[in-house]
Design a protein around this ligand. Structure first.
Ligand code: PHE
Ligand code: FE
Length: 295
């Protein structure tokens, strides 16, 4: 990547860090407090315990390979050495969510934006915006897996393309991200397992997605997913299950342009719908579902 140009010092409630033209910031590692490191340690240790027997082998193996440890917040530079050598991915620090096109462009170039700040102790169980724990613990490990690394880059390229097609195409593509990268389940010999970052970084949802009777668990189907609305303020009503990362890559390889065109004429499905054509692993009881609020 070109050397980012420093444009200003942004003052936010998250702290004061140099912000560059591309939205990239340098991880202010020396400025993390003992409380910050302790939040990381508590979350890390708690999730690693919960994820045994729940996260996919791919995820757990990747996380070990990354060399993250609970004792302190990792340095992006250290993780980058492992990542660059394995798959050519690189982490860049950001202040928060980026404009969509910037985000896609980073992914298309194998750069993964990671929020540099970590949540406060009182936000251990829930935080609305992605923070360092979600990004680093949840998203980064699988970037060291060659198949998933390719999928993420392909997604970024697809995002740049969808952005040029229009807002409806972007809605379809975003649903795919949501139901795979963020909330995906994968079938293993021993049963269903988690690979989605939004789940692995959440204690409550790690248990809910596999063990609760409430949500649907349905086989991956690209166009079905692209038509399905989702939840941003509650646990998902539906999780989609892939057989393997190979399946995910193969299914998403074709040009989406004609798919977007076809879907533009069709209605979306509510988040909790089960269709006759679905491959149903579990039909959700719907217990506790909020009546509205699908996005
Ligand atoms: N094949 C998709 C397209 O043509 C790109 C893509 C790949 C999107 C993988 C998401 C995931 O737009
Ligand atoms: Fe995320």
């Amino acid at each position: 990547m070109n050397q980012p140009r420093r444009v200003e010092n942004l003052h936010t409630d998250k702290g004061k860090v140099p912000v560059y033209a591309t939205g990239v910031v340098e991880q202010p590692w020396a400025d993390y407090s003992a409380v910050d490191h302790d939040v990381w340690r508590r979350l890390y240790e708690r999730q690693r315990q919960i994820l045994v027997g729940r996260a996919s082998d791919e995820f757990l193996i990747a996380q070990d390979a990354m060399g993250m440890t609970p004792d302190r917040i990792p340095k992006f530079d250290d993780l980058n050495q492992a990542l660059r050598a394995a798959t050519g991915w690189e982490l860049i620090g950001v202040e928060g969510l980026l404009p969509e096109l910037d985000f896609f462009d980073h992914l298309a170039n194998r750069r993964f934006p990671v929020t540099w700040w970590i949540r406060k102790p009182e936000q251990i169980d829930y935080i609305e915006e992605p923070d360092l724990f979600h990004d680093l613990f949840g998203h980064v490990p699988l970037l060291i897996n060659p198949l998933f690394a390719d999928y993420m880059q392909a997604y970024g390229r697809g995002g740049v393309k969808a952005h040029g097609i229009g807002p409806e195409a972007l809605v379809n593509l975003t649903r795919l991200y949501w139901y795979t990268v963020e909330f995906g389940l994968i079938k293993q010999k021993e049963g269903l397992r988690i690979y989605g970052s939004g789940i692995v970084s959440s204690k409550g949802e790690s248990i809910h997605c596999l063990e609760s009777a409430a949500p649907n668990r349905i086989g991956f189907d690209l166009e079905r997913i692209m038509r399905t609305r989702y939840r941003i303020d509650t646990y998902q009503k539906t999780y989609f299950v892939i057989d393997s990362f190979e399946q995910l890559i193969e299914a998403t390889e074709p040009d989406f342009t004609p798919i977007y065109a076809r879907l533009a004429a069709q209605d979306s499905y509510p988040a909790g719908t089960v269709l006759d054509a679905d491959q149903v692993y579990h039909r959700g009881s719907g217990e506790g579902w909020a009546g509205d609020g699908d996005v």
